[in-house]
Design a protein around this ligand. Structure first.
Ligand code: G3I
Length: 336
């Protein structure tokens, strides 16, 4: 076994993607999938199938797409994704059951008492969990519920159901699919210690009350500058010591975090490669039972959310605009 894996590593002579990333790794390597790209771009499809063994839907499991009307769930694209994962032997991680963004108008405008909101919330969660039972391995049950200052974000769910909505979400999800791994997912967990402590305190408190929470998704929308490696190390240590599985759930590494006039240089690409390598080494140090996997928030720079969202030039992913592997891809493979 040891011989085999060291053999695989010495086979990397140049930066190519002939061998899958996941074959070099003891934990799953995933990506956020875009079904339009998968259906319409053969380069994308080829990389999706060959490189990764875990998949997170980037958008289509969010309520806006999956639950567009109160009494209607649109399973079409989601079921195609399930089929893709089954046919190609990919783990499917569900993202996300409860979030304050990408909600359909009918939820935003829902009129009802607190108990009617709670019933709607429960049906939303449980209908989805039951539909995908046995097909989705794990869920981001609640996404981004904590503010940067550690307080509870004032989401529509908090306003209508109360602070206990997080506890209820985890209870309902577990009741519907007791075999699924349940995660809380958020950003800046490494960068912001206050936020991290608040998340840990919230989740530890839930556990003390008998709620099942298996893990924490550290999104890792980061840059070559921040967070610093020692901050990432501290976060990994603290979360694993608190007995949470850790999913590096939405990794991308910005080269242009301040949205400046920008020139792509070899030096920046190397810094990006070194950053991911450092993170990977740190991640490999935590006990394997806590390594839920490393998931990238996209495949190629051309379809990263960052360019569109911030309207800036940036190159945050493993593959370049022509789907060629970047230095960050190669160094990652060597480090796995
Ligand atoms: O579906 C419409 C489409 O009909 C329309 O033609 C098109 C025009 O721009 O917009 C489409 O919706 C966009 C959607 O992505 C699908 O492409 C939305 O405008 C756009 O806002 C939305 O962005 C998504 C973003 O979440 C929403 O906040 C990104 O793709 C998605 O990558 C991003 O993912 C989030 C995670 O879920 C949570 N963590 C942060 C992460 C990055 O923001």
């Amino acid at each position: 076994m040891i011989l085999l894996s060291s053999c695989k590593k010495t086979e990397i002579g140049k930066c190519d993607d002939l061998q899958s990333l996941y074959s070099f790794s003891d934990f799953p390597i995933g990506f956020a999938i875009d079904m339009n790209e998968l259906n319409n771009d053969s380069h994308y499809y080829e990389i999706a199938v060959s490189q990764f063994n875990s998949v997170t839907p980037g958008n289509i499991f969010k309520p806006y797409y999956l639950h567009p009307a109160e009494s209607y769930f649109d399973w079409f694209e989601a079921d195609r994704l399930v089929e893709f994962c089954q046919n190609n032997n990919k783990r499917l991680h569900g993202h996300t059951l409860i979030w304050h963004n990408q909600l359909p108008d009918w939820i935003m405008n829902f009129q009802g008492s607190q108990s009617e909101w709670e019933l709607m919330f429960k049906e939303h969660i449980q209908t989805i969990c039951l539909h995908f039972k046995g097909k989705v391995k794990s869920w981001d049950v609640v996404n981004e519920a904590i503010n940067d200052n550690g307080t509870l974000r004032n989401t529509i769910w908090k306003q209508k159901i109360g602070n206990s909505y997080i506890e209820k979400a985890f209870r309902y999800a577990h009741e519907a699919d007791p075999d699924a791994f349940l995660f809380y997912n958020d950003y800046d967990i490494a960068l912001n210690e206050t936020k991290r402590k608040a998340i840990l305190s919230l989740l530890n408190n839930l556990r003390q009350r008998g709620v099942t929470v298996h893990g924490i998704g550290m999104q890792m929308h980061i840059s070559v500058v921040h967070p610093e490696n020692h901050q990432i190390a501290a976060a990994l240590k603290e979360l694993s010591e608190n007995d949470f599985k850790i999913h590096l759930s939405e990794v991308d590494i910005s080269l242009n975090p301040l949205s400046r006039e920008f020139e792509l240089t070899e030096e920046l690409l190397e810094r990006q490669a070194n950053k991911l390598a450092a993170i990977t080494l740190l991640y490999k140090e935590i006990p394997s039972r806590y390594q839920y996997g490393i998931t990238f928030w996209g495949v190629s720079d051309r379809n990263s959310w960052i360019r569109e969202h911030f309207n800036r030039d940036d190159y945050p992913l493993l593959f370049d605009d022509n789907y060629n592997p970047k230095p960050v891809y190669c160094k990652f493979k060597e480090t796995l």
